[in-house]
Ligand binder design. Sequence first.
Ligand SMILES: CC(C)(COP(=O)(O)OP(=O)(O)OC[C@H]1O[C@@H](n2cnc3c(N)ncnc32)[C@H](O)[C@@H]1OP(=O)(O)O)[C@@H](O)C(=O)NCCC(=O)NCCS
Length: 162
Amino acid sequence: MSLVHLAAHHREAIADFLTRTKEFSAEDREVALELLDLGVRGEDTYRFWVFEEAGKALGYICFGPTPMTRGTFDLYWICVDPDAKGKGVGRALVAKMEDELRQEGGRLVRVETAGLEDYAATRAFYDRLGFEVVARIRDFYWPGNDLFTYGVYLQERAQKGE
Ligand SMILES: CC(C)(COP(=O)(O)OP(=O)(O)OC[C@H]1O[C@@H](n2cnc3c(N)ncnc32)[C@H](O)[C@@H]1OP(=O)(O)O)[C@@H](O)C(=O)NCCC(=O)NCCS
């Protein structure tokens, strides 16, 4: 098992598990693949890490700097193959992103997620990783579907030794 940079040979496995991820709509998948293809082509707007085992991608994370901020980043996508969930892949990907950003002076990572019941597991994951809810906008996506914005302040976390 290792954490590696995104490469063209990962695309097929990632596209496959994005399709099997029930939380994502067709529109979500389309956007996720668009960003993935930019990454595969070597565009550097979005950064990626892939968790692989025996050369096969089991999960990936995509993040990048938030425009007009200093040291704030957005975690755009994280997805783990449904068959590999609950084994620490997501935690390892987030830790890798945080280490990289902390080393370059990154301050804050923001991540947005939905309030639907389908996303309860995703919110539990961010809670468990010590992200805090920094904002919540009622009925944001549509009536009954709030926007949750989670944040983690990287230097504070390092000082606490988390
Ligand atoms: C959310 C997701 C990335 C988590 O990845 P994962 O590899 O299954 O998570 P991990 O095994 O690393 O779990 C990390 C911690 O979160 C907790 N956690 C993970 N899934 C959980 C769940 N369904 N319910 C409660 N806690 C959960 C684990 O208990 C673990 O805590 P611990 O390390 O203290 O034991 C993965 O489930 C996923 O891809 N979900 C669908 C896509 C998605 O919603 N992406 C985010 C929006 S872009």
